[in-house]
Design a protein around this ligand. Structure first.
Ligand SMILES: *[C@@H]1O[C@H](CO)[C@@H](O)[C@H](O)[C@H]1NC(C)=O
Ligand SMILES: *[C@@H]1O[C@H](CO)[C@@H](O)[C@H](O)[C@H]1NC(C)=O
Length: 231
């Protein structure tokens, strides 16, 4: 009799451990990968899930503001933003970019390029990165962008070289940029051969130009492609 109860109890505890594990697993699997889209980005109707505004408390907002004020006044930040501004001004002078362009910056890091674009007058700029940096950069996987097809006029990335799956990364840039729009990538300085290799990743676009330039002292090459085919 005693042994019977012992066995029963053992079974019960085993069962509850199993249930707890499964529950945890389900919770883990169901947690939605919410993209944090800031208030001022909600004006654009092109975002797929604009409902998930980040729910900052007042205190979090204040400390975030302080942190950003500090970051945005460092020499390094200012120099990098300035360097990106020069690049984007070149794109403006080449008529690939206007103040009214809808621009997506993929792998935008802390948001230097987003800030640079806004500084030169571009109004609709979206920055995404695996880790968000509000208010400039929202969280999204570059390999699976949370945007509809063809909603941007220009897609930009300075980190294609570090992409885990370059062809998937490029395909997502091409998908979200409209036909006739441009994809611009800045990569480590390279020659014709590498430019050709990168060009082969852009299956829905036509090569426009490649040009060496300097980004915060690093020698880089910017390559421009025009999207020619719908996804
Ligand atoms: C774009 O915006 C910038 C900054 O606000 C401004 O200086 C520039 O004149 C604007 N360009 C055009 C073509 O409106
Ligand atoms: C960039 O500069 C390097 C070294 O001078 C050169 O070999 C390469 O062809 C240049 N790339 C482009 C796209 O002009």
């Amino acid at each position: 009799m005693e042994r019977h109860i012992q066995i029963l109890l053992n079974r019960l505890s085993l069962a509850s451990i199993t249930v707890a594990t499964i529950t945890l697993l389900l919770l883990f699997l169901q947690a939605p990968p919410e993209t944090c889209i800031t208030q001022n980005h909600q004006q654009g109707a092109h975002h797929r899930h604009p409902k998930s505004t980040c729910d900052f408390t007042h205190r979090a907002r204040t400390s975030l503001h302080k942190k950003n004020t500090r970051l945005w006044s460092t020499q390094k930040w200012l120099k990098t933003v300035h360097s990106f501004s020069s690049l984007f001004l070149t794109l403006k002078s080449l008529s690939h970019l206007t103040n009214h362009s809808r621009v997506l910056c993929v792998s935008a890091g802390a948001g230097h390029e987003v800030r640079a674009l806004k500084q030169i007058g571009v109004k609709d700029v979206t920055g995404v990165e695996l880790v968000d940096s509000p208010p400039l950069v929202s969280r999204a996987d570059p390999h699976n962008l949370p945007f509809f097809d063809g909603v941007f006029d220009l897609g930009f990335s300075a980190h294609l070289d570090q992409a885990l799956f370059p062809s998937r990364y490029v395909a997502e840039m091409e998908r979200t940029v409209r036909v006739g729009g441009v994809c611009v990538v800045a990569v480590e300085e390279c020659g014709e051969e590498e430019v050709g290799e990168i060009g082969r990743l852009f299956r829905k676009s036509k090569f426009v130009s490649a040009q060496n330039f300097s980004l915060v002292g690093s020698r880089m090459t910017r390559i421009i492609f025009r999207v020619t085919a719908p996804p």
